[in-house]
Design a protein. Structure first.
Length: 217
């Protein structure tokens, strides 16, 4: 539609110009006014359509990053690189880490769920969060172990069990034995790998099925 309007405007201009060259005439003031109006309307339509397009594009992006749909495909690395903050991308896609005691959720005590920053998939709840004294969000267990994958990490001359989201393959952190934990395990994860959804916003953001988890407390 946009290209057709611009093409019509161009054809109108060039047809009149060709006619004037053939007959040695000049474009009259009335014709100039008509051409200016036609071009102006075309440009206004293009700008309006563009504004509407970018509005819906922005709304689509907002919906994809703030609501959960289990059937939504995992975004590509290119999309994530543009969508995520540099620190978030470094953690989930490059195995990066954060500074202890200087990250967003290490001492967060609000009730809610922690969701994969790449897909919005819920992975941990505040019910299982405890102070592991390590300066990172620490959980005794995930919502379901089926949601996570584990692999041996021998980097930096250490042997650790790395934890990642099974569906998105996002790096989350590490799991360690911990006798102080109710489950005997401590999941120490990076804040940058998660978005936090408070309980009062869970239904509106597509997590209504998980609200019942908090009824068991």
């Amino acid at each position: 539609m946009i290209s057709a309007l611009l093409t019509d405007a161009a054809d109108f201009w060039f047809n009149n110009a060709d006619r004037d060259l053939m007959y040695g005439g000049r474009i009259t003031s009335e014709e100039k006014s008509t051409i200016s109006t036609y071009v102006g309307v075309s440009i206004a339509v293009v700008l309006a359509v563009g504004a509407i397009y970018f509005f819906f594009l922005t709304e689509k992006e907002k919906k994809e990053t703030t609501t959960f749909d289990p059937n939504r495909p995992v975004p590509s690395d290119a999309v994530l690189k543009n969508r995520l903050k540099a620190e978030e991308y470094s953690v989930v896609r490059q195995g990066g880490t954060q500074t202890p005691f200087q990250n967003e959720f290490w001492n967060n005590e609000r009730t809610g769920i922690y969701v994969d920053v790449t897909t919005g998939e819920p992975l941990f709840t505040s019910l299982d969060k405890f102070d592991g004294h390590v300066g990172f969000p620490t959980f005794s267990k995930p919502i379901s172990k089926d949601l996570l994958g584990e692999r041996l990490d021998t980097s930096n001359d250490m042997q650790r069990t790395e934890v990642h989201a099974k569906r998105s393959n996002a790096h989350l952190g590490y799991v360690f034995p911990d006798p102080q934990s109710p489950t005997g395990q401590r999941y120490a994860v990076c804040s940058a790998a998660f978005h936090f959804v408070p309980i009062e916003k869970m239904k509106d953001r597509g997590y209504g099925a998980y609200v019942s988890l908090f009824d068991k407390k």
